[in-house]
Design a protein around this ligand. Structure first.
Ligand code: FE2
Length: 422
């Protein structure tokens, strides 16, 4: 017998979205063995297995435990393992030791996912609006972890001398180098920035609002991001050896870490190569440079006689472009920035460092409860990146979307768009 709840279109749309998001995570780890999925190659990265379990913990905790009467945890010991940083959820396993978790096994974690998926789909038609909002948040949260899962796997395989390819890459077709940058004159004066209130029809993270005004001064943005070929010219010109281009903190970082090129670049037989999810290959001079830190991005801009855009200049320019366009993640497979197809593009390929600190917009208030810890408590010492990357699930990013990382970090697909004052 069909009941009213079976045909609730909001329920079925959310169920379809939930199923699709959960399936993509499983597809991304399909090439991995249990050992591949267990290793943690650095403190910033997490094992693939941990991402699979943590995203499941998020749904189990904030939806099933809190909103489904009578729900019993899959394993009462696991929240300690898979809580990431939520102080309101109590003590947790130390982040740098996530790679010690050989148990539970990958198979057990996949069973955990299946059990939580079944429980959530069964509960969905009866969930309150608040709980449905948390299911939606959980889907966006899992998409963020899909990108991290890919960049963490890439880092993990990069430190193994075998330099294995996880997926075959795109066929390498020689592409003409893009012409010189064209400068796009930006809007001047007062502009509206940020997402509308989160209660409106479309999803946004809390840190994207409130919508408010910002004042833009005369400026221009490059019509594309910096290429590998241009970055190689920066290296050849001594860019990494000349402190005049560098912020003091950036110069100290580059000296201490021995940084002389983007992460994953190595010179072999006089040729610059890079490691990617398709193994080690010569760099593609026409493709956007990636795996550079904020410090490197700022030094490059200084060397080029330009600067990084502010996040407000970027958003004002990008808001007229389609956030579903560009090279973004659609399915498991080739993941790498590609040469520009021509014309100004703001979404996909590489996250673009801005010169803006990740700080609250005027009137920002973190949500009540544990999910209020999602973004607000990280608004210290990090810079905003915009636009999404080749590893960002398509549909996840939008013009108001604010990603953020510390200025030395570069294992994400991070790149550079230049700006200048007019
Ligand atoms: Fe998370």
């Amino acid at each position: 017998m069909r009941t009213e709840r079976d045909v609730n279109p909001a329920s079925s749309a959310l169920a379809s979205r939930f199923v699709a998001v959960r399936a993509l995570s499983a597809d991304l780890v399909a090439p991995l063995s249990d050992a591949d999925a267990t290793i943690q190659s650095m403190d910033d990265a997490s094992p693939a297995k941990w991402h699979l379990a943590h995203t499941t913990w998020f749904f189990e905790t904030f939806v099933l435990r809190d909103h489904v009467p009578g729900y019993r945890l899959f394993d009462e010991r696991w929240p300690f393992l898979f809580n990431s940083y939520y102080e309101a959820e109590g003590a947790r396993h130390a982040r740098p030791r996530r790679g010690m978790l050989s148990r539970p096994s990958l198979d057990e974690i996949l069973r955990y996912r299946a059990a939580v998926d079944a429980a959530l789909l069964a509960a969905l038609p009866d969930l309150s609006d608040v709980a449905r909002t948390l299911v939606d948040l959980g889907c966006h949260h899992e998409e963020q972890h899909q990108e991290l899962l890919l960049t963490d796997i890439l880092h993990h395989f990069s430190v193994n001398p075998l330099e294995s390819a996880i997926w075959p890459g795109d066929p390498k077709v020689p592409v003409a180098l893009p012409g010189p940058i064209a400068w796009l004159e930006g809007r001047t004066g007062t502009v509206e920035i940020g997402a509308y209130a989160q209660s409106s029809q479309s999803f946004a993270f809390d840190c994207e609002g409130p919508r408010h005004t910002q004042l833009l001064h005369p400026h221009a943005l490059a019509d594309r991001t910096v290429t590998n070929g241009e970055w190689a010219a920066f290296i050849a010109d001594g860019g990494y050896r000349d402190p005049r281009h560098w912020l003091s903190d950036g110069w100290a970082w580059a000296q201490a870490e021995g940084v002389v090129a983007p992460l994953y670049w190595e010179q072999r037989d006089g040729v610059w190569t890079r490691f990617g999810l398709d193994g080690r290959r010569p760099i593609d001079s026409a493709a956007p440079v990636t795996h550079v830190s904020f410090f490197e991005a700022d030094a490059y801009a200084s060397w080029a006689g330009a600067r990084l855009p502010t996040e407000f200049e970027w958003e004002a320019a990008a808001s007229g472009h389609d956030p579903l366009s560009g090279n973004q993640l659609d399915a498991a497979g080739a993941v790498e920035p590609r040469p520009s197809a021509g014309g100004p593009a703001f979404f996909g390929d590489v996250w673009e460092w801005t010169g803006s600190a990740f700080r609250p917009y005027p009137g920002f208030r973190a949500a009540e409860g544990a999910v209020g810890e999602y973004n607000g408590k990280f608004m210290s010492g990090q810079f905003v990146l915009r636009g999404g990357s080749c590893a960002t699930p398509r549909g996840h990013v939008r013009a108001s979307y604010r990603n953020f990382f510390y200025p030395h970090q570069r294992w994400q697909f991070t790149g550079v768009r230049l700006a200048k004052d007019l």
